[in-house]
Design a protein around this ligand. Structure first.
Ligand code: FAD
Length: 479
């Protein structure tokens, strides 16, 4: 029997659940990736994620050829996946299609269509858990309900961990079952230009694509994992793993990361493992409470809040997006996002809080902006993070807890190392004013050669005033 392995958010040959199962159960396995026009056609023509995916698909193709030998490799299509995939399966004459679960609402809708179209011609679609340790229905309360609070969820998650099979899904013994690509489908992976996209600055970033790139980042992080608990909050330090984008596109296996964390003892690895559990927590929130993915607050009373609108709010929103709010920690964070597609977790919390609690702007607008910029954009985690910061989510920051953008800077970037990387014009200021340049004396500003309003903006809002406005705005959630 022959089968088709359909790669989506699992761009790796090693330790891939669906690929391993396809190879075990079919004598001949074709492999395909579709550059899905239903997604790509709506994107701006420069997008780091598209470039990262293209590079990772090319690396996957090379890995499959190395495993399968001459003539094997990926069939790549540039088309609407929901139509092209069933067509390809028919053309190849396979009996079944294998793929890994993707629980995002749009992916579920696409897979529903594909399943139906395949069934119409008698082809089965088999799907497998791959991108998480535990899926939507696997970690539930005693009453069989989904969790909406992280701590009990994580307790239950860890209690189940010993039952989880964390071993790698093997390829090795069955590699010879990888099928040769038929004539007409043996073209190389299309170039970025052929997909209609222009290059970004991805190649200049410390973000190597593909499984080899993930392995390199993981190797590097293993040297630092023991210090993760003390360094993860400091944006000026190389504390986190930077593996988010690899988890997003599956160039690394979650099982491998959990195994890596468990080989280290101590608070660094334990803290990091807990972050991986946050990822699974938000995945199951999106899957079990799908209304959050449709723009609703997890707590409906938060949809009563009246957000700012009109020309002043528009100008403030633009200033936030472009990193010119006059609050250096927020502006440097947005500059990091805009120039690299990454933003440090602490800064995601601070800049998200600033948008909804200092500027009074609807968190959904910030969520969408992040979605367009983040290399590691993941609907579940991004929505979870924004609903946390805006207090509308499950297990969120209480609404009256409002980050102070200056004291957050003083606490987590005490010497201004991070801020000065993105705002070098503040470098001549005494350190104590780096997070609040408007407090510097005229003589300090003159000595730094800095004219506020020209070289760097004055604050667009007064934090104390904004805080009072926010407490009033949020009061509706109590009634
Ligand atoms: P590390 O610190 O090395 O953590 C390892 C992995 O754990 C991450 O790659 C991620 O998969 C997971 N993780 C860590 N923290 C969280 C968290 N709080 N929630 C969920 N998963 C977590 N994460 C995304 O993957 N995609 C997003 O689109 C996203 N948007 C966010 C938006 C906001 C407003 C906030 C506050 C957080 C968001 N996060 C998001 C969570 C977190 O900021 C990133 O996962 C993390 O900064 C990625 O960097 P890293 O890979 O170096 O993380």
């Amino acid at each position: 029997a022959s089968a088709l392995m359909w790669f989506r958010r699992d761009l790796r040959a090693r330790d891939n659940a669906a690929l391993s199962r396809a190879l075990q159960s079919a004598g001949s396995v074709h492999c395909a990736f579709v550059f899905d026009r239903a997604i790509l056609d709506g994107l701006p023509r420069q997008d780091r994620r598209v470039e990262f995916i293209r590079e990772s698909v090319a690396a996957l193709d090379a890995d499959l050829r190395a495993l399968g030998g001459r003539g094997t490799g990926l069939v790549t299509l540039h088309a609407d996946a929901a139509e092209a995939l069933p067509d390809l399966a028919r053309r190849l004459g396979v009996e079944a299609v294998f793929a890994n679960h993707d629980d995002e609402p749009e992916a579920l809708a696409r897979d529903g269509l594909v399943r139906q179209r395949l069934a119409d011609t008698g082809i089965a679609l088999h799907t497998f858990k791959d991108s998480v340790v535990f899926e939507r229905g696997e970690v539930l309360t005693q009453a069989g309900k989904p969790y909406s609070v992280f701590t009990p969820y994580s307790r239950a998650w860890f209690a189940k961990l010993d039952e989880a099979d964390l071993r790698a899904h093997p390829v090795g013994p069955w590699a010879a079952r990888l099928a040769k690509r038929p004539a007409g489908l043996d073209a190389d992976v299309p170039s970025l230009a052929a997909l209609g996209f222009a290059p970004t600055n991805l190649a200049e970033l410390p973000l190597p694509p593909g499984s080899a790139g993930a392995a390199q980042l993981l190797d590097d992080f293993q040297q630092r994992m023991d210090r993760y608990d003390t360094q993860r909050e400091l944006p000026g330090v190389k504390g986190p793993s930077y593996l988010g984008v690899h988890l997003r596109f599956g160039t690394v296996s979650i099982r491998e990361l959990v195994r890596a964390a468990r080989t280290h003892d101590g608070p660094g690895a334990a803290t990091w493992l807990k972050e991986l559990v946050w990822r699974e927590f938000y995945f199951q929130v999106l899957a079990n409470f799908p209304q959050v993915g449709r723009g609703e607050s997890f707590r409906p009373e938060y949809d009563r809040i009246a957000w700012e609108s009109g020309p002043v709010a528009e100008e403030r929103f633009a200033a936030w997006c472009e990193g010119r709010t006059g609050y250096p920690l927020v502006d440097a964070a947005m500059a990091q996002l805009n120039t690299t597609g990454y933003m440090h977790n602490r800064l995601r919390m601070v800049s998200a809080s600033f948008l909804c609690k200092d500027l009074g702007i609807d968190w959904r607008r910030g969520e969408r902006y992040f979605a367009g910029q983040l290399n590691d954009y993941e609907l579940a985690s991004n929505n979870g993070g924004w609903q946390w910061a805006s207090s509308s989510g499950c297990d969120a920051q209480p609404y009256f807890r409002i980050f102070h953008p200056v004291s957050q800077g003083e606490r987590f970037d005490p010497e201004g190392r991070f801020v000065l990387r993105y705002l070098p014009q503040l470098a001549g200021l005494p350190a104590k004013f780096v997070h609040a340049p408007w407090k510097a004396k005229p003589a300090d500003l003159a000595a730094a050669g800095l004219a506020l309003g020209r070289d760097y903006p004055l604050p667009i809002v007064d934090h104390a005033q904004a805080r009072a406005d926010t407490l009033r705005r949020y009061a509706v959630v109590k009634s």
